[in-house]
Write a protein that binds this ligand. Structure first.
Ligand SMILES: [Zn+2]
Length: 316
């Protein structure tokens, strides 16, 4: 058995996967919002141990553990740098080493979105394709690439579709640059814009719903509720996000011509089915070869995709 940890900005999801690829144990916890990398590593180890317990195995008995990490995750050294969605993680931290010590087995680190894309390619919505782009629409907008059956990592930083420029000199992105796709479609950016518009006097139920449901931020569930209530501001911001996604994804498709685009992430999975129509429409406006657009599929491994994909790192 092997372990997989998906380290997200909101939650840590872990899974224990057996030799047949079946999930035999899982656990999740919220990602610490204060402290630093060591605290996050401790929470990760505890969450994996919980999953191992469910699977009836000691962590020392696992073949290995893979981690899908945000930020700049170096597969060779196991060091994670500039994971800005995590508390106190502006610098570098030897995550593989810290986890190895806590778990008593070997640990491999990879990029969170890339491993989730590979999981969809091998086991999920992308199984029938040889080349695809994974687009993970959540707190930020991440991307992963599989080309001609192989992961494409570039020099280690490929797939950053969220920072493709969809509008020169446009909205400020959490990365500090302007006009990136993530500046319009990332959940953090959308929340900031919603707050700004509300302060300007626009009406919205978003923050009221957030408080009512005891959430610290505008989760994908809150956005969905607001849409279901016909909240105009929420509708406008989702529409704006879909326009940006269509523009960015179409540009990537023009460059790579993949067979499929797999849409995942918290917002991607929640809105995938109801938004594939509008998203295809937005994409088609920008596709150079528009008579045969790539297949657009919603990720099928759900919340566990990242952790399952991370477990695949063990055999890499
Ligand atoms: Zn950016």
């Amino acid at each position: 058995m092997r372990g997989g940890i998906d380290l997200g900005g909101t939650k840590i999801q872990t899974a224990i996967v057996d030799e047949r690829g079946e999930v035999v144990g899982q656990a999740r916890r919220p990602t610490p919002t204060s402290g630093g990398p060591q605290d996050v590593a401790e929470a990760m180890a505890a969450t994996l141990s919980e999953a191992a317990q469910e699977a009836g195995v000691e962590t020392e008995g696992l073949v290995g553990v893979g981690v899908g990490s945000p930020g700049d995750a170096n597969e060779k050294t196991g060091v994670v740098s500039a994971a800005k969605n995590l508390p106190g993680w502006e610098g570098s931290f030897p995550l593989a080493e810290a986890l190895q010590e806590a778990l008593g087995t070997s640990v491999k680190i990879g990029n969170d979105v890339q491993v989730a894309t590979e999981a969809e390619f091998h086991l999920g919505a992308g199984r029938e394709f040889r080349s695809l782009i994974g687009v993970f629409w959540g707190t930020g907008v991440g991307g992963g690439l599989v080309l001609d059956g192989k992961p494409w990592l570039g020099r280690g930083a490929a797939g950053e579709i969220g920072h493709m420029v969809v509008k020169r000199g446009g909205a400020k992105c959490p990365c500090g640059r302007r006009g990136c796709l993530e500046a319009y479609a990332g959940r953090s950016a959308m929340e900031a814009e919603a707050r700004h518009l509300q302060e300007e006097g626009h009406e919205t139920d978003l923050f009221h719903l957030m408080e009512k449901h005891g959430k610290p931020r505008l989760t994908s569930g809150i956005w969905e509720r607001a849409l279901d209530h016909g909240d105009h501001l929420a509708e406008k911001l989702i529409e704006r996000a879909v326009e940006a996604l269509g523009t960015g994804i179409a540009s990537a498709v023009n460059l790579l011509d993949p067979e499929a685009v797999i849409l995942g992430g918290g917002l991607g999975v929640r809105f995938g089915e109801r938004l594939t129509g509008p998203l295809s429409e937005e994409m088609s406006k920008h596709l150079f070869v528009d008579e045969r657009p790539p297949a657009l599929r919603v990720a099928s491994l759900g919340d566990l995709g990242g952790a399952i994909g991370a477990s695949l790192l063990v055999s890499r």
